[in-house]
Design a protein around this ligand. Structure first.
Ligand SMILES: [Zn+2]
Length: 354
């Protein structure tokens, strides 16, 4: 981590602690414009998501504490309702939203009881191929392979199978530098490899190592019955594409197929058209203007990213910021964002969040 980044991190930490521990957050909340903070996670730590990396899980007790704190000060709602209230200036309090991406089984077994205890709503963004075809995306096959073999052995065999020489060379450079971590391998497979060839090679290698796509999907992802149970309990279900691609890498018609296909599948499976969408991966280079217009054309009234910030009335509804939460999530930082504390600094050109 560079010096500049460390200073920024320390200053953000100090500012968040000051706001949180002195109670200054309540004053900032009153002074700043009404806002919607959207939190983004994947799953609540549970045996069914044991194969997922740490940055995709949050412990149940931590999440419950965060939600309970927010619920005392803000209206904690599903995002569809949050957007509606902010844009129509309905209600007084600022809004906090919990969103969970992809559609993992723990969202029903572990998240739902927490939502019910705290008495708040949430939104779960669903990838629809796991629901319709019981097939998982490439990231889970990667995690499945890395549960079975060492990273160096994975790279060796994967680059033998994959017909992408350039990608293979980049991937192999991790080995001599001892940088063959799950995070780095995933990053290179995501951005440096031909997606079709990557997916094919991972299918071959995962099967070679004894993996089974159907069993993997059943272990990780919820079923339509689970999704309908969440819906019946008041959880909003939104869209997150069919196969979880990097949308910006696709041609416009392929983007539309991913987004409209997901919208149609959810409408069919849930008996109700979804209104909220989240871009897969969600960084600004992972989607583009075409993705935003395809989401709007499909019938989604908002789309979220994974860049930190808060949404205010009149802000871009197809680039709503989200604050990621995982096992390292800290209440004082979330509180500082929720009250508009980081937004206050952004207004004067200082970005200390994230
Ligand atoms: Zn996702």
């Amino acid at each position: 981590m560079g010096l500049k980044h460390r200073i920024k991190r320390a200053a953000g930490e100090a500012w968040a602690r000051l706001l949180f521990h002195t109670g200054l957050h309540a004053l900032v909340n009153r002074l700043m414009p009404r806002r919607m903070l959207v939190l983004a996670g994947h799953c609540v730590t549970a045996p069914t998501c044991a194969s997922l990396p740490k940055d995709m899980k949050i412990r149940g007790e931590d999440l419950e504490r965060i939600l309970a704190w927010l619920a005392r000060r803000y209206d904690v709602l599903p995002i569809g309702e949050g957007v509606r209230r902010i844009e129509s200036a309905t209600g007084k309090r600022s809004i906090a939203v919990l969103t969970m991406d992809d559609g993992y089984r723990d969202n029903r077994t572990h998240l739902l009881p927490i939502l019910e205890r705290v008495g708040v709503g949430a939104t779960v963004y669903l990838e629809t191929r796991p629901l319709d075809e019981r097939r998982a995306n490439w990231t889970h096959k990667l995690f499945g392979c890395l549960e079975r073999v060492e990273p160096e052995a994975f790279i060796h065999r994967f680059t033998e199978i994959a017909r992408d020489k350039k990608g293979g060379i980049v991937l192999n450079q991790l080995v001599p530098h001892s940088e063959a971590t799950t995070y780095n391998i995933k990053r290179l497979l995501k951005y440096e490899f031909d997606p079709a060839e990557r997916d094919r090679a991972l299918d071959v290698l995962f099967a070679e190592l004894g993996g089974d796509d159907r069993a993997l999907t059943d272990a990780l992802y919820m079923t339509w019955d689970d999704a309908r149970a969440l819906q019946a309990a008041g959880v909003e279900l939104g869209g997150h594409t069919v196969t979880h691609p990097i949308l910006s890498k696709l041609a416009p018609e392929a983007q539309r197929a991913e987004i409209e296909g997901c919208h149609a599948s959810l409408a069919r499976g849930l008996g109700q058209a979804p209104v909220s969408f989240a871009y897969p991966f969600g960084r600004k280079w992972d989607f583009d203007a075409q993705s935003a217009s395809a989401a709007r054309a499909a019938g989604f009234t908002s789309s979220t990213t994974t860049h930190p910030g808060v949404h205010e009335r009149g802000g871009d509804l197809y680039r709503i910021p989200r604050v990621m939460i995982d096992e390292d999530a800290q209440l004082h930082r979330i509180a500082a964002e929720a009250c508009g504390g980081f937004q206050l600094l952004r207004r004067i050109g200082i970005n200390l969040a994230g």
